[in-house]
Design a binder for this molecule. Structure first.
Ligand code: AMP
Length: 281
């Protein structure tokens, strides 16, 4: 069945209030232009809830002045078709002026977790993400919310937000969905030209090499990350922004891999397109 689309914050809020008495509500926040990775999040949500709300909102608060807010790909019609096959009940696609009115003053401050990894290069990004996600939680009041490990820093930071601010919601993380050649699916992959698209799987190739080296006994992160850097440097169409290893609780750098608590996160440019990926060790 095709999900109903709701554009108004107050209507969404009223609907959620009614359901909250009797139904388990799951929220899947997205910026739309959906792919299989997003649809896996919706499947996970459907498995744990009676009502699944997928929000589609290209959040201006999380884009820097020189980033791709206006060009970000959008196709609400296609998104609705894709969502009808995976059990979404509602698409919440709020009008920008309704959910982020120009006189809005308050924002969530995510502290130090927002100034490392991607946050080092995207000041204000995670404050914008946290603020919009907190607003969505208040409007939709979900019991669970589902996020992808694709944006590992975002997921770990939002888990901390929920814990620190006693938000009554449980977060679920879903593994990264990849193309057949290993490239992590992303709405931004549509920006890549043919040559860049061909080069991009080297990112996951490099991460897989890190995993193999770790599994064969190397746990010095400097050695592991240097192998990744060399691999990216060998491809003229790719440019490394960062490759780091951090503790998954604090996002503090790690010199040695801590089993089951280490995130290796990378950001790589292909032309103007910034691609992120990660593995957990
Ligand atoms: P976005 O629309 O890019 O803001 O992503 C919305 C949600 O989908 C976030 O929780 C992302 O981490 C998740 N997501 C995006 N791409 C993937 C992917 N390839 N695999 C798993 N989750 C993803």
């Amino acid at each position: 069945m095709k999900p109903e689309t709701v554009n108004s914050v107050s209507i969404m809020s009223e609907m959620a209030k009614d359901w909250n008495y009797s139904q388990r509500i799951a929220l899947v926040p997205t910026m739309g232009f959906l792919h299989e990775g997003h649809l896996n999040l919706v499947r996970e949500a459907s498995a744990h809830a009676d009502k699944v709300i997928v929000s589609i909102f290209v959040n201006p608060l999380q884009f820097g002045p020189s980033e791709d807010l206006t060009n970000y790909p959008r196709n609400l019609f296609r998104d609705a078709q894709l969502l009808s096959a995976v059990g979404a009940d509602i698409i919440f696609a709020p009008d920008s002026t309704d959910i982020t009115p120009s006189d809005m003053k308050f924002q969530i401050d995510p502290g130090g977790m927002a100034s490392v990894l991607c946050g080092r290069f995207r000041p204000g990004h995670f404050a914008g993400v946290s603020t919009i996600v907190a607003k969505l939680f208040h409007i939709v009041r979900p019991g669970i919310a589902v996020f992808g490990w694709k944006d590992a820093q975002q997921f770990l930071l939002l888990k901390k937000m929920v814990l620190d601010l006693n938000m009554p919601v449980t977060l679920h993380g879903v593994d990264i969905k990849r193309e057949a050649d290993g490239l992590a699916m992303s709405s931004r992959n549509t920006y890549l030209n043919a040559a860049q698209r061909k080069a991009a799987p080297l990112i996951y190739g490099g991460l897989s090499e890190i995993r193999s080296a770790y599994e064969s006994g190397v746990n010095d992160t400097k050695i592991l990350l240097n192998s990744f850097r060399r691999r990216i440097d060998s491809e003229p169409l790719l440019k490394l922004q960062y490759a780091e290893s951090v503790d998954m609780d604090s996002l503090k750098p790690l010199d040695k891999v801590q089993k089951d608590n280490t995130l290796i996160a990378v950001a790589v440019y292909a032309g103007d397109t910034r691609l992120i990926d990660n593995i957990r060790l």
